[in-house]
Design a protein around this ligand. Structure first.
Ligand SMILES: [Fe+2]
Length: 210
């Protein structure tokens, strides 16, 4: 290969490596100093927190729906309200992580309550389980996007892979099993046995056997 071509390729290679990391590692004299981070990663985390709040509100609505006296499925209600607390906990965990990395908590974190998450929707028991499963799969997909945005921010990618992505997969697996078990119970009792199937399944949800 021509020598000049080799030099140009080497230079382009060096530039692309430098451009890929783009760590913000300013070392000023003041304290606290900025911690090395990749803005694309921390921006993705900031944006993702809104999805955790949306999931928390939706779970809260669904939990309250199944807890009311005319529906009365306390096992599913408990599960959904606990899931709401978990999602809120995830948002706090991510805000804590931004703090750890020295990212400023300011008006750029413009989180809003989305009223669509609390629309007056009614759910069947199976619909609620499947809706929860779909929400978890959607959030898992969004977290994968955060990990991709953090590809050059090794610590951010690591934390969002484990424990966060790890917990998502566990949650999805648990819900996949719950949907399957509910369908099996319903298939065994037939449509006329729907109320009984829901009642029996709800007892299992209450005792956390699922
Ligand atoms: Fe979450």
């Amino acid at each position: 290969m021509h020598r000049l071509s080799m030099i140009i390729i080497a230079l382009v290679g060096c530039l692309s490596v430098t451009g890929a990391t783009e760590f913000n590692c300013k070392r000023g004299t003041g304290y606290p100093k900025e911690v090395c981070y990749v803005a694309e990663c921390t921006d993705a985390i900031k944006a993702h927190i809104q999805h955790e709040f949306n999931a928390a509100f939706k779970y809260m609505y669904m939990g309250a729906y199944f807890g009311q006296d005319i529906v009365d499925r306390p096992g599913l209600s408990k599960f959904l309200l606990e899931a709401a607390s978990e999602e809120r906990g995830h948002a706090i965990q991510m805000l804590d992580y931004l703090n750890l990395r020295g990212i400023k908590i300011d008006s750029s974190l413009d989180y809003k309550f989305d009223p669509d998450t609390m629309l007056g929707t009614t759910y069947s028991y199976q619909d609620a389980l499947e809706e929860a499963l779909n929400m978890e799969i959607e959030v898992t997909d969004l977290i994968n996007n955060v990990v991709a945005k953090c590809a050059d921010d090794y610590h951010g990618a690591d934390v969002f892979t484990n424990p966060i992505l790890d917990e998502q997969h566990e949650g999805v697996r648990k819900l996949q099993g719950a949907v399957k078990a509910f369908k099996d119970l319903l298939a065994g009792s037939g449509a006329p046995g729907l109320q009984l199937a829901e009642y029996l399944f709800d007892k299992k949800m209450m005792s956390e056997e699922l």
